[in-house]
Design a protein around this ligand. Structure first.
Ligand code: L14
Length: 344
């Protein structure tokens, strides 16, 4: 039975599992759990057969990675399972983990648009998480580019209403995991290897993230459209996106244009509103060359916002620049924050 929208643990600490523990996001799950002193009784680390048997340090202890199998969750009493193992693995194993009694927080795109799976950013729609308990047992972590955008859009939506949003993203190679980082590192050294991308990423901007769809958009672009609607619970917002991979190691940057329903007073009013909103740090002092930067956001959790200025081409609207660490707030930190909602 759920209490306060969370798990009923009757006073005990939860048993936790990390699935995909040897990946870039999986490793960051472990670091963020440690940093935030997430309470747990027992921890289990899973990965594919390829990584099973490896030793990984977590919270001062060495763990041997267990192979993810259909019976891996049996008899362990796992309460919360953080998944970052890709869509196919999640499709198969999230229901197995849920049937064994866990609530899954899944980082893949597999379940995000399932009407029976909440899609949660704790600063925006924490109340949605509870539906997973007694429901499908899965909570989806949104796409990294969507997460950092909706953290900023939420206070604007509540105060002014939003007619339309235009996203243009500048996404880091860490979004492609270890192989994306490798492509850029090798490119810098003069080796134009293309493992993660169809073209060299060093010296290029690739207007291509995830696969192309029949409507000419990429899947990444449509994730931003659909997930924004779902998280803000408003399909009437016009949303369009262009997503671009840039030669940056970590942290996604986004140029966001928003058209409001209602008028606003001044740029300063928007800055004050955002500076006072959860999860946001305002970095907006152009006179001193202060604006959000990927290298400053990396290894931190906030969403940084700056370059806030009125869109003079519409009755009421703004442009801004927004940056966050895509591996932390865009993935691991957001997932651990969701897990914190479950034990609250
Ligand atoms: O949907 O920057 O979770 O390549 C995460 C990584 C989307 C692409 C997701 C990236 C993916 C993103």
């Amino acid at each position: 039975m759920a209490t306060q929208g969370g798990l009923n643990l009757s006073g005990r600490k939860p048993n936790i599992a990390v699935v995909g523990a040897t990946g870039l996001v999986g490793g960051t799950f472990l670091r963020v759990l440690e940093e935030r002193k997430f309470p747990y009784e027992k921890a289990y680390l899973f990965a594919s057969a390829k990584s099973a048997g490896k030793t990984v340090a977590f919270d001062g202890k060495d763990y041997v990675i267990e192979e993810l199998t259909e019976t891996a969750f049996d008899g362990k009493g796992i309460d919360i399972a953080l998944f970052s193992a890709g869509g196919g693995t999640s499709e198969k194993f999230s229901p197995i983990a849920a049937a064994a009694g866990a609530v899954v927080v899944d980082n893949s795109s597999q379940w995000r648009m399932d009407p029976d799976v909440p899609l949660v950013v704790p600063e925006v729609n924490p109340e949605d998480a509870a539906a997973a308990i007694g429901g499908k047992g899965i909570i989806a972590n949104p796409n990294c580019s969507t997460i950092q955008a909706v953290v900023v859009l939420k206070p604007l939506y509540d105060k002014y209403g939003i007619k339309r949003v235009i996203y243009s993203t500048y996404q880091a190679v860490a979004g492609s995991g270890i192989k994306g980082i490798k492509d850029l590192e090798e490119g810098i050294k003069g080796n134009d290897i293309c493992v993660a991308y169809p073209h060299p990423i060093f010296g290029n901007c690739l207007p291509h993230i995830d696969v192309f769809l029949d409507n000419g958009y990429t899947k990444e672009e449509m994730k931003m459209v659909n997930e924004t609607h779902k998280i803000l619970h408003d399909d009437r917002i016009g949303v369009t996106a262009t997503t671009v991979r840039v030669p940056v190691f970590t942290s996604h940057s986004e140029s966001i244009n928003v058209e409001f329903e209602k008028p606003f007073g001044s740029d300063q009013e928007i800055k004050d509103l955002l500076a006072a909103s959860p999860g946001i740090v305002l970095r907006d002092d152009p006179a001193h060359n202060v604006y959000p930067l990927a290298r400053e956001a990396t290894d931190t959790d906030p969403v940084y916002v700056g370059r806030i200025r009125r869109d003079e081409s519409v009755a009421s609207g703004i442009n801004f620049w927004c940056v966050a660490d895509n591996v932390r707030k865009g993935a691991a930190t957001n997932a651990v924050q969701i897990a914190e909602l479950l034990i609250r």
